[in-house]
Design a protein around this ligand. Structure first.
Ligand code: ZN
Length: 143
């Protein structure tokens, strides 16, 4: 089973960003170190808040200039892009058909943070292969 580790501080920042964006979707990019070999998973080390150019409650588009800047920074830090994240302000952390349509970047995971239950946010991560999404376990670690 693949497992992804995420520091509590990064989760807290994602949650703060997602809450602030309500009723719109928030989005971001997570970078970190991928383990060598095929065991999957890895550890998230950096979180980049991105602008949702769509200003929509049901989908998101990142701003290309921001994406280029982030990609450069990730490389400069010697890290790899691990996941693309967006929030679902009012629906469960389920991979929607729209999410599948947008999941076009190979080798990255897709994270969804659901605020459907205001006091119980749910974060899920998926890897997408050949049109099928499978869940990757996320472990929140101290830090
Ligand atoms: Zn979505």
């Amino acid at each position: 089973m693949q497992q992804l580790q995420m520091p509590q501080a990064i989760f807290d920042r994602m949650l703060a960003q997602a809450k602030q964006a309500v009723p719109l979707e928030a989005c971001g990019i997570l970078a970190g170190r991928l383990p060598s070999g095929d065991e999957g998973g890895g550890c998230v080390e950096k979180f980049y808040e991105m602008t949702n150019a769509d200003k929509s409650a049901v989908h998101f588009t990142m701003v290309p200039e921001e994406q280029f800047k982030v990609a450069r920074d990730i490389r400069a830090c010697g890290l790899e892009m691990m996941a693309v994240y967006h929030s679902h302000p009012a629906t469960p952390a389920r991979f929607s058909q729209e999410d599948m349509r947008l999941a076009v970047t190979p080798g990255v995971m897709y994270m969804i943070l659901s605020l459907a239950e205001a006091f119980a946010p749910v974060l899920k991560s998926f890897s997408v292969e050949e049109g099928a999404a499978s869940e990757v376990q996320i472990q929140i670690v101290k830090g």
